[in-house]
Structures are given as C-alpha cells and as structure tokens.
Write a protein that binds this ligand. Structure first.
Ligand code: SF4
Ligand code: SF4
Length: 172
C-alpha cells in the first residue's frame, strides 16, 4: 500500500467540518480507527489499496488528496462495515459523503467520470454488445434490448449529472 505523507501546511481543517454537514458524513469524527471496517470489507479482501479506515483517517486529518483519490470509489456498498462498526460511524455513508464532496468540487477521478458518461449517453455502465447477448443466449437468457437514449437524456437534463460528468466544480 502506498505510504502517504501528511504535510501540515496542506492540511485543510474545513474538510472534516464540510463532511460532517453532508448527509452520511455526520459521524465521521466518532471513528477511533479500530480497523473493523477494513477487516470486514469485501473489496479490501481482494484489493490491497482499498482501505475504508484509511479513507476516513485522511478525511479526519483534512487531507484533501482524499477528494481526488480513486479509493472511495472502489466501495461496493455492501454495508458490511456499517453493520460491524463499533462506533456507529456508518463508514459506507462517510465514503458516499466523500464522493459527493468530490463531485461538488469537480474532482471525480477520470475513470469514474467515463462510467458516468456512459450512463448519460446510453443509460448503462457499459455498452451491451453482440457477444454479451450471444453468451446470454447460450445460457438460455433473453437478449438485452438497447436502452432508450432519448428517455435517458430527458431524465438527466433535469439534474446536475452532466456537470459532474464534465468535472466542473460547483463554484466555477
Ligand atoms: S469500524 Fe468504525 S470506528 Fe472502526 S475504523 Fe472503521 S469507521 Fe472507524
Ligand atoms: S460498504 Fe464498501 S467499505 Fe464497507 S465493507 Fe462494503 S465494500 Fe467495504
């Protein structure tokens, strides 16, 4: 796992305050770094560089790198951490709040912006190609029909989704 250096001058004390004001981030300050969330995490079991305890620590310390990091975005939202956290921090919700703050500041990592772009364009995370439908047929499953791009565009036009996809910060 990459070692992170904490530089006093780069610490942003307002970060944790903002997180606490966001839905899901209210209890971030209660974390006492026991690591139960990470030990329970299904993604951490497969991916060394995803560690919910560390994400929370970075946020509490005011390390703004957390807003640009891909780490919070690896969460599979399985809620295991939240079931087991002894301090009722609701780690999954804190990660959600970090991601929301990242979107508000226009800092969603490029890989996840690409995924959002697909949702805005085709209403799905990725294109369904002939091969996928061929595999489904082989398994006795019906083909997946193309999504209604016009309907998707209509739904998205009434939201802030496009701004997030383009990575435009709230106050730009
Ligand atoms: S389980 Fe809860 S208290 Fe323990 S490190 Fe995770 S968030 Fe913090
Ligand atoms: S909700 Fe996310 S952080 Fe929590 S255990 Fe599941 S994958 Fe890990």
């Amino acid at each position: 796992m990459e070692k992170l250096e904490l530089r006093y001058r780069q610490v942003d004390s307002s970060l944790v305050k903002r997180l606490k004001q966001m839905p899901g981030g209210e209890a971030v300050g209660r974390c006492y770094q026991c690591g139960t969330c990470t030990a329970s995490c299904v993604v951490n079991a497969m991916l060394d560089n995803f560690n919910p305890r560390r994400v929370i620590r970075m946020a509490v310390l005011g390390m703004r790198e957390v807003l640009e990091s891909v780490e919070p975005w690896y969460c599979a939202v399985c809620y295991m951490c939240t079931e087991r956290c002894p301090r009722n921090v609701k780690p999954v919700s804190v990660l959600m709040a970090v991601k929301n703050l990242s979107a508000i500041e226009g800092k969603v990592p490029q890989a996840f912006r690409n995924i959002n772009e697909n949702i805005a364009r085709i209403g799905r995370l990725f294109e369904i190609d002939d091969f996928t439908n061929f595999m489904r047929e082989d398994m006795g499953l019906p083909p997946i029909e193309p999504s209604d791009a016009e309907e998707v565009a209509k739904l998205i036009s009434g939201t802030e989704f496009e701004r997030v996809v383009k990575g435009e910060a709230e106050n730009e």
